[in-house]
Design a protein around this ligand. Structure first.
Ligand code: NAD
Length: 256
């Protein structure tokens, strides 16, 4: 399968899952626009080995005006935005009564509202060109909850609802919208949660094992490479009638 001539924007792609998906799309021939607060030059260098055009935009996904500038940049500089991967996300763990209001607002803005903004701005161009793929990186926490993650769980459930509405509003077109729901993937976002267990007295091995054992029956992490393969499948013509799905890749997490 080739994505030659297509342009993908992957939000939050300077590390972790976003970088893994961006790499797989570039390997399949797509031009890719990188976004995020991590080492953007390193991400651009890593993606450039595949020989496609790689751009970058530093939009803060909490800021609707900056999101609009980024979508305009992609369409202006690359001629089209064909594959939108809404991946940027943050986490904060605290009981509801102690949850900082500022963290709630930031998680809803970055993990949920940004998906509304990128989607509403990308759709007109996709409709005009008659093809598009929108992949929303939700989470198992879009399907089931965990204590201490109220904002994240609310945002990810919201992303799955938004995915379904987007899929219905594009159902008679060649634009599809689906959510991917990863279980634990060992990225900086999850390493923070392992570090919190180490700070509370666990050894690194114990912290890693306990984190997995609580939720993920396989006792093994999902990888960004595996998620990249699923993303590529959802971009293919074989997936043209996969619409509004919330596809879990989670080591058995939500089978329980
Ligand atoms: P990560 O911390 O490695 O990557 C997050 C990316 O988002 C980074 O590039 C970061 O710079 C970017 N980002 C954060 N705030 C931003 C902002 N305001 N504007 C622009 N970019 C911003 O995390 P990850 O684990 O790769 O997470 C990626 C996505 O996958 C998130 O939506 C996360 O909720 C989801 N997810 C992760 C896991 C997991 O186990 N790691 C599981 C399920 C879902």
């Amino acid at each position: 399968m080739t994505l030659k001539g297509k342009t993908a924007l992957v939000t939050g792609s300077t590390s972790g899952i976003g970088l893994g998906i961006a790499a797989r799309l570039a390997q399949a021939g797509a031009n890719v626009v990188v976004n995020g607060f991590g080492d953007i030059d390193a991400a651009v260098r890593e993606l450039s080995v595949h020989g496609t055009r790689i751009g970058h935009h530093g939009a803060d996904m909490a800021q609707p005006e900056q999101i609009a500038e980024m979508i305009a940049y992609v369409e202006r500089e690359f001629g089209s935005l064909d594959i939108l991967v809404n991946n940027a996300g943050i986490q904060h763990v605290a009981a509801l009564e102690d949850f900082p209001v500022e963290r709630w607002n930031a998680i809803i803005a970055i993990n949920l509202s940004s998906v509304f903004h990128t989607t509403r701005l990308a759709l007109p161009g996709m409709r005009q060109r008659g093809w598009g793929r929108i992949l929303n990186i939700a989470s198992t926490h879009g399907l089931v909850a965990s204590a201490g993650k109220s904002a994240y769980v609310a945002a990810k459930h919201g992303v799955i609802g938004l995915t379904k509405t987007t899929a219905l509003e594009t159902a008679t077109t060649a634009i599809t919208c689906n959510a991917i729901c990863p279980g634990w993937v060992l990225t900086p976002l999850v390493q923070q949660q392992i570090d919190a267990r180490i700070a509370a007295g666990a050894s690194p091995e114990q912290a890693r094992h306990d984190l997995l054992a609580e939720k993920q029956p396989s006792l093994d992490f999902v990888t960004a490479d595996q998620l990249g393969e699923l993303a590529l499948f959802l971009c293919s013509e074989a997936a043209a009638q996969v619409r509004g799905a919330a596809w879990n890749m989670d080591g058995g997490w939500v089978a329980q």
